[in-house]
Design a protein around this ligand. Structure first.
Ligand code: AMP
Length: 362
């Protein structure tokens, strides 16, 4: 990789992926006088609507990737399932941040969990599964209930099947398409929290305080900050995210999702997943903090100092999933509601169409 650049206003950040995260990154970059060039294969990418420079081409199109690399000062991504070969190709031409090695570790649930475990950080018990026989053995090791998850490409509960009794194994194995997987112990958690943290090239880490997340049908429904957890546990969550970011030699924003479990009266954290990008549970920072996760990511990849964000009150963020976005008039009329609509067109069930943030005095 070439030396890391320090961008100046007028320079361009290349973003792989054209969804709402890319759109919000581009909006944050614009406020800092930087441009974003969005690269995405889908012609209806909602991030295209807010940028001047865009490339609509497959991630395998080397000619398009080379032109994109020439047109930008640094490359980042808003989508973690970028093919490893794409990141590698771009890396030979321009700095790619966060580094593609980090991406490779967290793209695969098995290498991700092994990496976290090696750092001495707790996770749900897990076993690699490559066949139906392997699944049956894993179920006898971990017990039920448990969750079978594909190693790659899973998100928002996709590529997952729950196993309530050992007789469910064949059905679960078929449900995930007989793909390489891991079996995870089902965690009876008290709650779910996430830490969104930024790390820059100087190794400085700035984390937002933990957010408390409520999921519906495996999709994030609501985030509240501050999380209702003891201060010491919140501190531990921040330290855990910083430790992961440092071990990955990470530059940019990442999110670490954790379960809060009651271990005989003592609360403990188990890491569920690392997202190597800005994250839905950090959307509250746009309206609820003096600098957003998107600004932090842009600062980090631009080689700039990180902001020291301050929270502006007690914050609640609610996702607008599918046709919930049709209530936009209601939110517009609601005093204090900060409405964000992603401009995605068709409101399909389960699709994240927008969000609303409320900031209350503490
Ligand atoms: P994931 O795709 O791994 O982020 O999972 C999505 C959601 O499913 C999580 O936020 C949890 O609510 C639930 N979930 C995932 N893994 C487990 C587990 N091992 N035990 C209990 N719930 C889980």
């Amino acid at each position: 990789m070439t030396a890391l650049p320090v961008l100046k206003p007028g320079d361009t950040v290349g973003v792989l992926g054209g969804g709402q995260l890319g759109r919000m990154l581009a909006l944050a970059a614009a406020e800092l006088g930087l441009n974003c060039h969005i690269y995405a294969p889908e012609s209806h990418s909602c991030a295209f609507d807010v940028v001047r420079d865009k490339t609509c081409a497959p991630y395998e199109d080397e000619a398009a990737l080379a032109r994109f690399a020439d047109a930008v000062n640094v490359v980042t991504y808003e989508f973690e399932n970028i093919p490893a070969a794409t990141a590698k190709f771009l890396r030979s031409r321009k700095p790619v941040l966060p580094n593609p090695d980090a991406l490779e570790i967290v793209q695969d649930r098995l290498t991700e969990k092994e990496f976290v475990t090696k750092l001495g950080i707790g996770t749900a018990g897990f076993v690699a599964v490559d066949s139906l026989e392997g699944l049956q053995t894993a179920v006898s090791t971990l017990g039920t209930p448990s969750i079978l998850k594909t190693r790659r490409m899973g998100y928002d509960g996709k590529g997952q099947a729950s196993i309530k009794t050992p007789t469910d194994t064949a059905e679960a194995w078929d449900a995930i398409g007989r793909a390489p997987a891991i079996l995870e112990q089902f965690v009876r958690f008290e709650g779910e929290v996430s830490v969104v943290a930024a790390r820059n090239a100087a190794g400085e880490v700035v984390a937002f305080e933990p957010a408390e997340n409520l999921h519906r049908d495996h999709i994030l429904h609501r985030t509240r900050v501050p999380a209702q957890i003891p201060g010491a546990l919140a501190g531990q969550a921040g330290v855990t995210a910083g430790k992961i970011a440092a071990a990955l030699d990470y530059i940019g924003v990442l999110a670490v999702e954790m379960f809060v479990v009651d271990d005989g009266g003592k609360l403990r954290l188990l890491v569920n997943e690392i997202a190597p990008r800005v994250h839905n549970s950090g959307h509250w920072t746009i309206d609820g903090a003096t600098a957003s996760q998107f600004e932090q990511h842009i600062r980090a990849v631009a080689g700039w100092p990180l902001a020291k964000p301050r929270r502006l009150g007690r914050v609640e963020m609610v996702n607008l999933i599918g046709d919930e976005v049709n209530d936009w008039r209601k939110y517009l009329a609601e005093p204090g509601a900060c409405l964000h609509i992603y401009g995605k067109g068709e409101a399909r069930p389960g699709r994240k169409m927008g969000h609303v943030t409320y900031v209350f005095p503490e």
